[in-house]
Design a protein. Structure first.
Lengths: 887, 111
């Protein structure tokens, strides 16, 4: 710690150093006088012998430890003073860095959470995800967490309960196999009002297999799988906090889930958020639970495939062994449902990873975009520092002449850029606190965002710090090296014309910024076109004046025929609300982005080997009229299409084109499972699920003949839909207060929610592109202004010799345009390469859209001209007399 | 300037200073005089590099310094060799001997 002590003793050190050297001088002088010199000559000779006093002092100081600290505090104070003296420069530099670092940190915090994070369990590398693949399938398959892609084969991640149990038994010596299945939107009630809750149904060895331990109480175990056990539920930390305010007394209390009672067994630790990244289940119940979803179907049904399977490898067992055993098990147990089945075993450390596929590409894209923004910010600051360094040529030359060494000048300049980076980085981290929420919403495509724990942990902060440090060197090193290399005499002897060199490095930086700007502006343009295209899509029905919400009487204990009665009553009640024209029911919300497929056969018409499956929707007889989809052949559904009457369906045009080409569709019979249905009508095509998708072949069932447990209720209004939303909600709730009424939204809101990712990408990219363009123009402006200032006297002379303003303007503008052209020439191929990567995110526009690229180029040229214009005007306003007097 | 004076070999200044200080407490000016005197004015020491060297050696704890009255009656900074400095001097002397022997050998062989 002596250096610290030294620092405080600095003053006395300085005095002593001074008296030591003065003593030397005096002694030498005395000796010189003794040798016969005159006192004056003696003093001068002594001073010459010793050399520059200040330089020696500086070198002596350098030899002391702790000197760097003294220099640092000096540099810091000087740097702060310089930054305060140039508020515009400082603001631009700090803000651009803050934005770059903030954006990069926000995206990285998501990358960290989604791509880099393993499941928060011990030894995640031992986990495997078990899936299947086969050449053909015959089953009721429920997609849970996304399915793997196996080229040329059908593949899936869900199993029937029987096959799961067989796998668990057969593979037991090699791995601990456990299963789970998510449920969404259950109605749970603890102490407060009933509310929607998501959860997982898990096998008894789920928690032990993962290696999760309870925070409070106990977790579910093998005993919870047996039929006679009292139903127990494990709750998440979040739900514990929300419903019980972290009260440990919650253990053993009652929770109602969809009308059934459970007792709370325990609470999970905060960091455990399930196995599906992005979904955070709140309730965990047993896989053999009797009352949860799968409406109308027994969970033990061998044809119902609904259990996702994972396993933890035992020590010494290999994945190849597990594969072999699982293959045999599937071949014997699942051959009824899958042709040529085989197991597909994947790394499970991230959970069922393929769900992340979509996020991964988006995250990579975002990383690329923010990387470019950060790069432009660095280039810009580098350019500004460079220009400023040249403007400070004289100051630096003077300091060098006074004895500052190269290293000292370079450190001083680096300290200045470090200060900028520290301020920028600090602001950037603050910005990231907000920015990561934006990124989360961007990825989820919903205002709620992904359920990710994206606290700014040490790793993320470390990343921000590393980026900040990198920018210091990236932006500050070039100007610092340049300043250190300069020769003081050049500048001190030739002030004025020609004294400061043209900025070659600066030109490179500006051209690079323009190139990167072109990429971002084109990208933003493509997203904008995509957004416009999506908004103008006609879904095949009138979206205005439609309101819809979801009800799930099945979750509140309803069973047929009471469910049908409930649906009848809610439609009847709603159609009496003033302002409502008609009310209808549909099994899947329109434009709600999820759909169901079901396989079928057409008697007396060979399938031709093709997989015959159709999207299915169950609707009320008022559906087509209310939504506005015309029936173009046959008849609409009637109230009489109920139990006991002949089973009827309506298909859309695509269905007819695809499966019934060349025959009269009305009157045909089709077999779904073992039931025969007769086509009574054909309706016009419409985009019911996702406005981006091509229209699927769709089959409509009447709800009285094809029971459903939950539905979306859609209302056509005569007045503005939002004005009757309150009344609709009140009436719908009054039908049965025990059935929660979901959020009411208009069809336009549904559409907007559907295109949220595109909207957010478009707005983010536009914002960043505008910012980058602004930065580039500032960079160019700085370079041009510097150029004009440097050549002031030259212009003065030329104007005095009779040059017109045009003669002066031309070369400057030419240079600006030349720089822009170089930037654009480099940027164009770069743009073409990079926009190809976003092809899958675009709709109705190609990545090489010439219109968009032309507009981007024109926009950038306009910005370049504006940025160059101000310095050019200044050049023409130069008064020759004033300019020459400056010499 | 004087052509018969040699520039000091890089790194030998420290050794010379240690050697001179080893004879007893001495101030900076006297050190420069003593080196010039002993080397019979054959060595040219940049006076400017003497003081940084002294501060360097002090910082490495090979020398200690205190302020005493000089012969002239004025306060001067006197340097004294420490135990560590003594050890360092021995090391450097040994290195120097080895080096000069080696160089001498080479020169003789080449002749």
């Amino acid at each position: 710690m002596s250096w610290l002590f030294d620092l405080f003793r600095r003053k006395s050190h300085e005095q002593r150093l001074d008296s030591e050297l003065r003593f030397h001088l005096e002694q030498q002088t005395t000796d010189n006088i003794a040798a016969g010199m005159s006192p004056e000559v003696a003093r001068r000779e002594a001073a010459i012998d010793l050399g520059g006093l200040e330089q020696i002092k500086e070198e002596c100081r350098d030899e002391r430890s702790g000197v760097w600290l003294g220099h640092l505090s000096q540099d810091l104070r000087f740097g702060l003073r310089m930054l305060r003296k140039n508020p515009t420069f400082t603001t631009i530099a700090v803000l651009s860095l803050a934005l770059g670092i903030g954006a990069a940190t926000s995206v990285f915090s998501m990358v960290d959470a989604i791509l880099l994070g393993s499941l928060p369990v011990p030894n995640p590398q031992d986990l495997r995800v078990i899936c299947w693949s086969g050449s053909d399938t015959r089953m009721m398959y429920i997609t849970l967490t996304g399915d793997p892609v196996v080229p040329g084969r059908r593949a899936g991640g869900s199993f029937s309960k029987d096959v799961f149990l067989a796998l668990r038994k057969q593979c037991a010596p090699l791995a601990d196999i456990f299963g789970y299945s998510p449920f969404f939107g259950g109605v749970a009630r603890a102490r407060g009002l009933p509310a929607r809750a998501d959860g997982l149904m898990v096998s008894g060895n789920f928690f032990s297999g993962l290696g999760v331990h309870p925070l409070v109480g106990s977790l579910l175990g093998p005993e919870d799988e047996s039929a006679g056990s009292i139903p127990r539920v494990v709750i998440s930390y979040r739900w514990w906090k929300q419903e019980f305010a972290l009260d440990p007394g919650a253990i053993g209390q009652q929770v109602t889930l969809n009308g059934n009672n459970y007792s709370i067994a325990g609470v999970l630790p905060q960091k455990f958020s399930g196995v599906c990244p992005g979904d955070v289940p709140d309730l965990y119940v047993s896989l053999s639970d009797k009352s949860l979803p799968m409406p109308g179907l027994p969970k033990d049904l061998p044809a119902l495939w609904w259990v996702a399977v994972m396993g933890r490898m035992k020590t010494g067992a290999s994945t190849a062994q597990l594969q072999a055993v699982a293959d045999v098990t599937l071949a014997t147990q699942a051959d009824k449902f899958i042709s040529k089945p085989s197991a597909y075993i994947a790394d499970g450390r991230d959970g069922p990873f393929w769900k992340l596929g979509a996020y991964r590409s988006q995250l990579q894209l975002l990383m690329a975009v923010v990387g470019m923004v950060l790069l432009v910010a660095c280039l810009n600051i580098g350019g500004l520092l460079l220009a400023r360094g040249s403007a400070r040529h004289h100051e630096l030359s003077m300091r060098k002449a006074l004895g500052a060494n190269r290293q000292r000048i370079a450190t001083q300049l680096l300290t200045e850029s470090a200060l900028i980076s520290v301020f920028g980085g600090g602001l950037g981290i603050l910005a990231a606190l907000w920015g990561r929420l934006v990124v989360s919403r961007l990825l989820a495509g919903s205002p709620e965002g992904l359920h990710y724990d994206t606290t700014l942990d040490a790793k993320v902060l470390g990343f921000a710090l590393a980026v900040t440090l990198l920018t210091v060197f990236f932006a500050g090193l070039l100007p610092a090296l340049k300043a250190a290399k300069m020769n003081p005499q050049d500048s001190l002897w030739q002030r004025g014309g020609g004294g400061t060199p043209p900025l070659r490095a600066g030109q490179f930086l500006v051209a690079a910024q323009i190139a990167l700007s072109l990429v971002l502006v084109t990208g933003a343009g493509l997203y904008f076109r995509t957004l416009v295209n999506l908004v103008s899509i006609e879904p095949g029905f009138a979206m205005d004046h439609l309101l819809s919400f979801e009800v799930n009487p099945g979750d509140s204990g309803y069973q047929n025929p009471r469910t049908i009665a409930y649906f009848n009553e809610i439609q009847r009640a709603l159609s009496t609300v003033p302002g409502v024209k008609s009310a209808a029911l549909v099994s899947n919300p329109l434009l709600g982005n999820w759909l169901q497929d079901e396989g079928f056969t057409i008697p007396d018409r060979p399938s031709g080997g093709q997989n015959q499956a159709s999207t299915i929707l169950t609707v009320s007889e008022t559906f087509f009229g209310t939504i506005g989809i015309p029936i173009i052949d046959g008849r609409d559904f009637r109230a009489g299409d109920a139990d006991g009457a002949p089973k009827v369906i309506i298909v859309n045009e695509s269905f007819v084109r695809k499966f019934l080409a060349g025959v009269i569709p009305v009157g045909r019979t089709i077999k779904f499972g073992d039931t025969v249905w007769q086509i009574v009508g054909v309706c016009r095509d419409s985009k019911c699920f996702d406005i981006r998708r091509e229209i699927d072949s769709t089959t409509y069932f009447p709800y009285r003949q094809n029971p459903i447990g939950s539905a979306s209720i859609t209302v056509r209004t005569l007045v503005s839909p939002l004005s009757v939303a309150k009344a609709v909600q009140r009436v719908a709730t009054a039908v049965d207060p025990n059935v929660p009424v979901g959020d009411i939204s208009t069809e336009e809101q549904m559409r907007d929610r559907d295109i949220t990712p595109e909207r957010m990408l478009a707005s983010c990219c536009t914002l960043l592109a505008a910012f980058v363009m602004l930065l580039s123009s500032i960079g160019l402006f700085g370079l041009m202004a510097y150029d004009v200032a440097r050549r002031t006297s030259e212009f003065g002379v030329r104007m005095a010799l009779g040059a017109t303003p045009l003669h002066i303007i031309q070369p400057i503008l030419k240079r600006a345009l030349a720089l822009a052209s170089i930037g654009l020439a480099v940027g164009l191929p770069l743009t073409l390469v990079l926009t190809r990567l976003i092809r899958s995110n675009l709709y109705g526009v190609t990545p090489f859209d010439p219109g968009t690229i032309c507009v981007a180029v024109a926009l950038l040229l306009a910005v370049v001209l504006v940025a160059a214009w101000i310095p050019v005007r200044r050049a023409t306003k130069i008064d020759p007399m004033v300019a020459l007097r400056c010499e | 300037m004087d052509a018969d004076k040699s520039d000091l070999l890089q790194g030998t200044l420290d050794m010379l200073i240690l050697k001179v200080v080893a004879m007893g407490p001495i101030h900076g000016y006297a050190i420069s005089k003593r080196i010039a005197q002993i080397s019979k004015d054959m060595l040219r020491i940049q006076q400017g590099s003497l003081y940084p060297a002294l501060h360097r050696l002090e910082n490495r704890k090979w020398l200690t310094a205190d302020w005493r009255e000089a012969d002239s009656g004025r306060e001067a900074k006197f340097y004294t060799l420490t135990a560590a400095g003594k050890k360092q001097l021995e090391v450097e002397e040994l290195d120097w001997e080895r080096l000069s022997t080696a160089i001498g050998l080479v020169m003789r062989t080449v002749q």
